[in-house]
Design a protein around this ligand. Structure first.
Ligand SMILES: NC(=O)c1ccc[n+]([C@@H]2O[C@H](COP(=O)([O-])OP(=O)(O)OC[C@H]3O[C@@H](n4cnc5c(N)ncnc54)[C@H](O)[C@@H]3O)[C@@H](O)[C@H]2O)c1
Length: 346
C-alpha cells in the first residue's frame, strides 16, 4: 500500500472504471472520496460494490466535496469531456480518459480550457505504464537490446464492441478509441515520426461501427520500422487469435503478449520474453514473469503522475496534455491519410 496525500473523485461509473480504475486504485492504496455518474443508479451500485464512501447525486455535489488535494478522474466518453471540464474549479487537478476529444479541434479546445483554468491536467494513455512496458523500457534504456530498429504491434482478436453503446454513432472509431494507445506507445518508445500512412476500415458484420480494422505505419526513416496492425473481427475462435508487441533492436528483441485483448476484459495471461545476443551473435529467449498487467496496474501509473504533480508543483506529469495533443495530432494525420491514400507528414 502506497501512502499519498491526494485523493480521487471519479466522474463516470462505466466499464473502464469498474474493470480498471477502481481495482488499480485499491491495489495501489489510493483513496477514492466518491463517484458521480449521470446515471445515478449506476454510480450507487459501483459505490456499493467497491465500498466507496459516497455516490454523488450531481456533478455540483461531487465538485463541492473535493478537497485541496483531490484529483478529478474523468472517465466519460470523449464528447462529454469539455462540458464537465467547464465546471471543474480553476486550479484543480484532473486526469482525462483517452481520447483527448473526438478530433484534433476538440483536443485543442480541451488544452485551451485547461490552460485558461490553470488545471493541472493529464491524459490517461496508460499503456505507457503497463508493467511489461516499463520492463521493456528498462531493457531498451540499459542498452541490452542495442539500437531500436523495429516495433510491431499486431492484434487479431474478437473485440466485444457491444460493451460501448456510444461507439456506434461515432464518425471515427478504431484508431481514435483503440489504436491510439499504440500510436502513443510508439511515440514513447521512438519519439516523433516523420510521417504516418494509415488505412482504417469496416467489417461487413459491423456496419454501424465507423471502422474496426487498421493498418498504421509510423515512418521513422530507413532504419526503424513501426507498424500497427489491428483486426478486431476474428470470430473464428482463439486458435489463431493473437495480440502482441514485438520490439527489436540491433542486439536483442522483446516479445510481449497482451493477454488482456484475447478475451476482453477478463483477458488471458500475458507473456514477456526477451533475447540478447552475445558477441558471436548467439543468445537464448528468456521468459520472465512480470507482476501486474495493463488492466488494472497501468492505471495506477497515470493517476500516480497526477498525484506527483499535485504534491510537487514544479513536476510536469509525463502524461501532460501537451504530450497528449501530440498523440492526437498523429491520430488526426492517420485519418487524413486514410482519406487521401497518402502518407501525411508532421
Ligand atoms: N484502456 C483504456 O484507457 C480505456 C478502455 C476502455 C474505455 N476507455 C475510455 O473510457 C471512457 C469511458 O469508457 P467506458 O468503457 O467506461 O464506457 P461506458 O459506456 O461503460 O461508461 C461511460 C459512463 O460515462 C457516463 N457519462 C457519460 N457522460 C457523462 C457525464 N457528462 N457526466 C457523468 N457521467 C457521464 C455514462 O453514464 C456511463 O456510465 C471512454 O472515453 C473510453 O475511451 C479507456
Amino acid at each position: 500500500m502506497r501512502q499519498t496525500d491526494s485523493d480521487i473523485i471519479i466522474i463516470g461509473a462505466g466499464g473502464i472504471v469498474q474493470h480498471a480504475h477502481l481495482p488499480a486504485y485499491k491495489k495501489a492504496g489510493y483513496t477514492v472520496r466518491g463517484i458521480y455518474d449521470k446515471d445515478i443508479a449506476k454510480a450507487k451500485i459501483v459505490a456499493a460494490d467497491f465500498g466507496l464512501p459516497v455516490a454523488f447525486a450531481s456533478l455540483e455535489q461531487a465538485i463541492d466535496a473535493a478537497g485541496r488535494s483531490t484529483v478529478f478522474d474523468l472517465a466519460i466518453p470523449a464528447a462529454a469531456l469539455l462540458s464537465v471540464l467547464e465546471k471543474i474549479p480553476p486550479g484543480s487537478s484532473v486526469l482525462l480518459q483517452k481520447p483527448m476529444g473526438e478530433n484534433l479541434e476538440q483536443a485543442k479546445n480541451i488544452l485551451k480550457v485547461c490552460n485558461e483554468k490553470k488545471l493541472s491536467a493529464g491524459i490517461n494513455f496508460q499503456l505507457r505504464y503497463a508493467p511489461f512496458i516499463l520492463k521493456a523500457k528498462e531493457l531498451l534504456n540499459s542498452g541490452q537490446i542495442g539500437t531500436l530498429c523495429d516495433i510491431e504491434i499486431n492484434i487479431n482478436v474478437l473485440t466485444p464492441w457491444q460493451l460501448w453503446d456510444f461507439l456506434f454513432t461515432l464518425p471515427r472509431m478504431e484508431i481514435l478509441y483503440h489504436s491510439i494507445h499504440y500510436m502513443d506507445l510508439v511515440r514513447q518508445l521512438a519519439g516523433e515520426p516523420e510521417s504516418v500512412f494509415a488505412r482504417t476500415i469496416k467489417h461487413p458484420d459491423m456496419p454501424q461501427l465507423a471502422s474496426v480494422k487498421s493498418m498504421i505505419y509510423m515512418d521513422y526513416g530507413e532504419n526503424l520500422r513501426a507498424s500497427i496492425l489491428t483486426n478486431h473481427c476474428h470470430k473464428f475462435g482463439p486458435r489463431h487469435q493473437h495480440s502482441y508487441i514485438r520490439i527489436e533492436g540491433t542486439r536483442g528483441a522483446i516479445y510481449i503478449r497482451l493477454g488482456l485483448l484475447m478475451d476482453y476484459p477478463q483477458g488471458v495471461p500475458d507473456e514477456f520474453e526477451y533475447i540478447t545476443l552475445d558477441e558471436n551473435g548467439e543468445g537464448k529467449w528468456k521468459s520472465i514473469s512480470i507482476e501486474g498487467s495493463w488492466f488494472p496496474d497501468a492505471f495506477a501509473g497515470s493517476m500516480g503522475e497526477m498525484m506527483k504533480a499535485q504534491s510537487d508543483k514544479k513536476y510536469k506529469p509525463d502524461n501532460n496534455l501537451e504530450d497528449g495533443l501530440k498523440t492526437m495530432r498523429w491520430v488526426e494525420r492517420a485519418y487524413q491519410s486514410t482519406e487521401n491514400g497518402k502518407s501525411v507528414k508532421k
